[in-house]
Design a binder for this molecule. Structure first.
Ligand SMILES: [Zn+2]
Length: 281
């Protein structure tokens, strides 16, 4: 299984693009959650990345196999494919909201509140971004994990429409099963790290392990606005160091609080709440 590193960036329209690229569609719409059963007859087009987490009207993508080695630019409203049925898509709308809100909070933490000159809004009269700026807001970490795993599946399924995630993985996304002890979300940062904020930027790096000589996807490293989050369906040894970008770092499993010191705006923290991690099977 080859490496996969997809870069997705929110892009403002300059009107300079006469032609946009399109996202590939399967010859027959399907639902990657079909192992749960009870799919609706109606199929939906699923946003590859929740639209609420894309700030601008265009999406710039590179690294996906369907980009064929170049950069694709797709209107945000068309950044979707027929890979989920309507029922299962609707069941994840709450997960999408929490993920998008968590991302806006993170962006605001890194770039300052929306009225800061660093936080650009397309429409100054629209204060929806502002309402998301709430430093005391706590992100539900367990739902954020489900959001990241859902996007791992979306991006992997887009690499090969014949892929169907195993039922136990789909159950994690739909909250019908808890992540096992030691699995879930790892923050790949150490105290004192400097984070370079990247507005509207999201990267996905496939994580695999070898099982009986076969490579299997076990999660993804997400670089969200410059913060590195690893979603893992299997337990990792937190004491094992991790190599990323030429530096060695430690894992922080299900961290509850981060404090950001900024040179441009006031210091504040981000908090995550967690249910106890135990497998319910
Ligand atoms: Zn379905």
């Amino acid at each position: 299984m080859s490496n996969l590193h997809i870069r997705i960036e929110s892009l403002r329209s300059t009107g300079a693009y006469a032609l946009y690229d399109s996202v590939p569609q399967p010859s027959q719409p399907f639902c990657w959650a079909e192992s749960l059963g009870d799919c609706s007859v109606e199929m939906d087009k699923e946003h590859l990345i929740s639209s609420g987490s894309i700030t601008d009207e265009l999406v710039r993508v590179c690294g996906a196999s369907w980009c064929h080695g170049r950069t694709s630019i797709v209107p945000k409203g068309h950044f979707k494919s027929s890979i989920l049925c309507r029922k299962h898509n609707n069941q994840l709308s709450g997960v999408d909201q929490v993920g998008a809100s968590g991302l806006h909070l993170l962006e605001a933490a890194l770039l300052g509140p929306p009225d800061d000159s660093n936080f650009e809004s397309d429409d100054p009269s629209n204060d929806s971004n502002k309402s998301l700026w709430n430093p005391s807001k706590v992100t539900d970490g367990n739902i954020l994990e489900r959001w990241l795993l859902k996007h791992t599946i979306n991006l992997e399924v887009m690499e090969d429409f014949s892929i169907r995630p195993p039922k136990d993985i789909v159950e994690l996304v739909f909250g019908r099963r808890m992540f096992g002890a030691g699995a879930g979300l790892y923050f790949l940062h150490a105290v004192g790290d400097t984070v370079k904020p990247q507005r509207g930027r999201l990267e996905y790096v496939r994580q695999t392990t070898s099982v009986n000589g076969q490579e299997r996807v076990i999660g993804g490293l997400f670089k969200l606005r410059g913060v590195d989050l690893l979603i893992c369906t299997q337990a990792r040894d937190p004491l094992l160091p991790f190599e990323i970008g030429g530096r060695t770092i430690q894992f922080l499993h299900r961290q509850e609080k981060f404090v950001f010191n900024s040179t441009t705006h006031e210091t504040h923290s981000m908090s995550y709440k967690w249910q106890s991690s135990q497998s319910n099977h």
